[in-house]
Design a protein around this ligand. Structure first.
Ligand code: ADP
Length: 492
């Protein structure tokens, strides 16, 4: 389906991002960039994505050098750099993805590094995006930046490219996918970013404290700021969840909007999902039981249709709230005949906990420490409930996937989780999942117990599943809000 956005001309949108699925992904940022590019291109806008050619992208995907974008020189931080651009084919889309090839910066084992030039690696990406547009004579309407990595682009545009008539009407938008990552570096990096002469344009209090905050810099200069749910847009204006940026966000509240992420149902639909052993839909749920059986066998869990299976797929970081599980999961496993399937990697304390859990309850709790796209789909499908006890959650994608897979989510009422899951009421049979407010062990425990009681009532559980499976978080709904934002920006 294409967009109902018919007013006005097609827009020229350059999405600049450190991650784009399937080429380079650590989390939701990658999914969102790819899906938004797909949506825009489907709606006949000229959407192009600029990302780094990491080693894993060069090795893992075919790409074609772009004529006219080879051996470009870029002056940054007092030295000349050369880069070339290759085009990657975004699956199921006509959108163009430009990968910036600069081996000195991007030929490293990971996407992110702890290396001394980390700020430069991504500032370079911003500069490369601007340079690419110039080289192509592409009068971009909106540079859409994402997270701290490209937070410095709006400043570059204003301070270093204002002379170029090509960008006379160009605007910038910056999306905060997660305010927990701000790109804070010692102020000595400024020289390498070519910003030594622009110190007066940066926040003086940060410079005096000896650092520069690249996300904050973006918040100062982007024409529009977005974040990935309405609730999170409110929450980041408070000291509890603003992580030090609440003041500047409150000052810019008029330019801040929350647009909940869409789901790419081309990738996430149990009716068509190639990663599932058997496919299903809400009209015919038989396949879901097969998916549970298959998942149990893959993870060496004892399969029992009468034992509910709790699924988890996540980065294992403090944000995701897994310390609430320390007490709750062993307790539940002790009390009830349940199964637990966990996929995720991250901080050693959580990995250690889940590893131990698997050892303590063999055949009933399983933990896979890998990053496995296919297994993440199989858990969404094979689990009976999906658990996300997040401390904070800008949007969250997994709860929306789980709704589509007939796996009601159990989530903390925060950020995008609060915006996308409605509390199930067995009396009215309305709602799509289970929410708890307090970040406490007992709140999670009580909610899980309640959900598992509801699961026993097969008839009404089917209604709950159906309610979730018929929700529509597709980009056809969400993408239009970005287009409307872009249009508001360019008429200013
Ligand atoms: P975040 O961006 O904070 O990590 P989201 O819920 O927005 O959280 O997005 C997480 C995305 O990453 C989802 O697509 C999820 O399936 C995926 N993911 C996270 N951990 C893993 C893993 N270990 N293996 C496969 N996919 C994972």
């Amino acid at each position: 389906m294409s967009s109902p956005d018919t007013d006005g001309r097609p827009l020229r949108v350059c999405l600049v991002s450190a991650e784009v699925a399937p080429f380079a992904k650590t989390g939701g940022l990658a999914d969102v960039t790819a899906a938004l590019a797909r949506y825009l291109s489907r709606a006949r806008h000229d959407a192009r994505v600029v990302m780094p050619m990491y080693r894993r992208v060069r090795e893992g995907f075919e790409s074609k050098p772009v004529t006219g974008l080879q051996d470009l020189e870029l002056e940054l931080g007092g030295r000349g750099w050369y880069f070339s651009v290759s085009k990657l084919a975004l699956p199921r889309s006509g959108a163009t993805v430009y990968a910036v090839r600069c081996p000195e910066l991007y030929e490293r084992p990971g996407i992110y590094t702890q290396d001394a030039d980390e700020a430069l690696r991504f500032a370079f990406l911003s500069r490369a995006a601007l340079r690419i547009a110039q080289q192509l004579g592409w009068a971009v309407d909106v540079f859409h930046c994402n997270d701290w990595h490209t937070g410095v682009l709006p400043l570059y545009l204003k301070a270093h490219y204002a002379w170029d008539k090509l960008f006379e009407r160009t605007r910038t938008a910056l999306t905060i996918h997660n305010i927990g990552y701000q790109g804070v570096f010692g102020e000595s990096v400024l020289a390498s970013l070519g910003l030594d002469q622009d110190r007066k344009l940066l926040l003086q209090e940060d410079l005096q404290a000896g650092h520069v905050n690249l996300l904050k810099t973006g918040l100062l200069y982007a024409d529009a700021i977005t974040t990935v749910s309405r609730t999170y847009a409110r929450e980041i204006q408070t000291p509890e969840l603003g992580m030090g940026l609440e003041k500047i966000l409150t000052e810019r509240a008029e330019d801040l909007v929350g647009i909940v992420n869409g789901v790419d149902y081309g990738d996430w639909n149990p009716r068509t999902d190639p990663d599932l052993p058997v496919r299903y839909s809400f009209r015919d749920m038989a396949g879901k039981q097969e998916c549970k059986k298959h998942l149990c066998s893959r993870l060496h869990l004892e399969y029992d249709p009468g034992a509910p299976l709790l699924g988890f797929v996540s980065r294992l970081t403090a944000q995701k709230g897994f310390e609430l599980c320390y007490e709750v999961l062993p307790k539940l496993l002790g009390e009830l005949d349940i199964r637990v399937a966990v996929l995720g990697s991250g901080e050693p304390r959580y990995e250690g906990f889940f590893t131990e859990l698997g050892k303590r309850f063999p055949g009933r709790a399983a933990y896979d420490r890998g990053y496995k796209e296919d297994l993440s789909h199989q858990i969404e499908a094979g689990a009976d409930v999906f658990v996300m006890p997040s401390r904070y959650e800008p949007c969250g994608l997994n709860q929306m996937y789980s709704l589509k897979y007939g796996t009601p989510p159990i989530v903390r009422r925060t950020g995008g989780l609060a915006d996308t899951v409605q509390q199930w009421d067995p009396t009215t049979r309305e709602g799509t999942g289970f929410l708890f407010g307090e970040f406490t062990t007992s709140a999670l425990y009580d909610t899980l117990r309640f959900a598992l009681r509801c699961w026993e009532d097969e008839e009404s559980w089917k209604v709950l599943q159906r309610n979730g499976m018929t929700q529509d978080f597709s980009w056809d709904v969400q993408g239009l809000q970005y287009v409307e934002l872009y249009r508001r920006l360019i008429v200013r």
